[in-house]
Design a protein around this ligand. Structure first.
Ligand code: NDP
Ligand code: MG
Ligand code: MG
Length: 333
């Protein structure tokens, strides 16, 4: 069983008298910066000079400076900027100002595990990764609760990395819910696998295949959209609340019989074999290499695939159907 740490295991004193620089003020950045500040810790936010987020951070009562200045002025440097930018920003704006005894903190292990950032031996390196988006990390904290977190120690130069990681998790509210021990390797590989094979890649491919099957058989695309995409949320919400059992308890017996007998025909052994290959590509660094090269080339494949995905019929139908639903938020991106 995984070991779980709570409030009583953590002590904020390990971060007292230390300044924490939060690089980035996006999803995770705003939540960590504000929660740590509300926990009585010394926080500054680091952004590029022309940053869109800077005004938001200032309005929230935080000090904002550049990444290089924040690195010089702080003891703990937290990488809450997009993963694909971390190595470049580390090399140009963090590394030159790193001194023995400082700490590097991450919310995801990609940069460290795949050696995009190779820290000097005399700094601490640890991870505190909330298992939820930033707005939830912030809202739960304000309600006196927290989002469960993972923590991992990559390098313990000071001998205090564990205590600092737990203190950090406490500062953002994580120990109120529970903090689980992992490693950079495990967190990185399982995170990539989850988003590729199941959550994002697997799910959208499943929905798309279902939509295309119905449309190609002559059914109206609007009906197909309702049946294979719109209703997904209802089912996922039930699974999220109470597992497969609660979902199956809530659907009709016909749906449950179809679920149990037909589901394995759709997602069978072949899909699991594919998943194993996907996991192998993650473990061997094949996926990381292709993503790193893709970024170095200016994301040509990502842009082409995005355009193609935008032009799929399901997106056009979806826009019209969602416009009929007054309760949905207006999204722009
Ligand atoms: P975001 O995409 O929300 O971060 C964007 C922030 O980074 C903005 O404030 C942006 O500022 C800033 N930024 C972008 N480029 C630079 C730059 N060159 N210099 C300084 N600041 C810059 O990131 P996330 O919060 O999604 O992810 C941060 C980390 O947390 C990642 O490691 C991610 O894997 C991890 N994580 C994310 C989760 C999530 O739910 N999103 C969950 C758990 C972990 P600007 O206004 O200038 O663009
Ligand atoms: Mg991820
Ligand atoms: Mg139905």
């Amino acid at each position: 069983m995984v070991k779980v740490y709570y409030d009583q295991d953590a002590d904020l004193k390990f971060l007292k008298n230390k300044r924490i620089a939060i690089l980035g003020f996006g999803s995770q950045g705003h939540a960590h910066a504000l929660n740590l500040k509300d926990s009585g810790l010394d926080v500054i936010v680091a952004l590029r000079p022309d940053s869109k987020s800077a005004q938001k951070a200032i309005d929230a009562g935080l000090k904002v400076t550049t990444v290089s200045q924040a690195t010089q002025d702080s003891d703990i440097i937290v990488f809450l900027i997009p993963d694909e930018l971390q190595a470049k920003i580390y090399a140009s704006e963090v590394k030159p100002y790193l001194k023995a005894g400082k700490a590097l903190v991450f919310a995801h292990g990609f940069s460290i595990h795949f050696n995009q950032i190779v820290p000097p031996a005399d700094v601490d390196v640890f991870m505190v990764a909330p298992k939820g988006p930033g707005h939830l990390v912030r809202r739960q904290f304000q309600e006196g609760k927290g989002v469960p977190c993972l923590y991992a120690i990559y390098q313990d130069a000071s001998g205090n990395a564990f205590d600092m990681a737990l203190a950090y998790a406490k500062g953002i509210g994580g120990t109120r819910a529970g903090v689980l021990k992992t490693t950079f390797k495990e967190e990185t590989e399982t995170d990539l696998f989850g988003e590729q094979a199941v959550l994002c890649g697997g799910l959208t491919s499943l929905i798309k295949a279902g939509f295309e099957t119905l449309c190609e058989a002559g059914y109206q695309p609007e009906l197909a959209y309702f049946e294979v995409l719109h209703e997904m949320k209802l089912i996922v919400d039930l699974i999220y609340e109470g597992g497969f059992g609660w979902m199956r308890h809530s659907i009709s017996n016909t749906a449950e019989y179809g679920d149990l007998t037909v589901g394995p025909r759709v997602i069978g052994l072949e899909v699991k074999e594919n998943m194993k290959k996907v996991l192998n590509d993650i473990q061997t660094g094949t996926f990381a290499k292709s993503w790193i090269l893709e970024n170095a080339a200016g994301q040509p494949m990502l842009n082409a695939l995005r355009r193609e995905a935008r032009e799929h019929k399901i997106e056009e139908v979806g826009k019209r159907i969602r416009a009929m639903m007054s309760w949905l938020p207006k999204v722009e991106y």
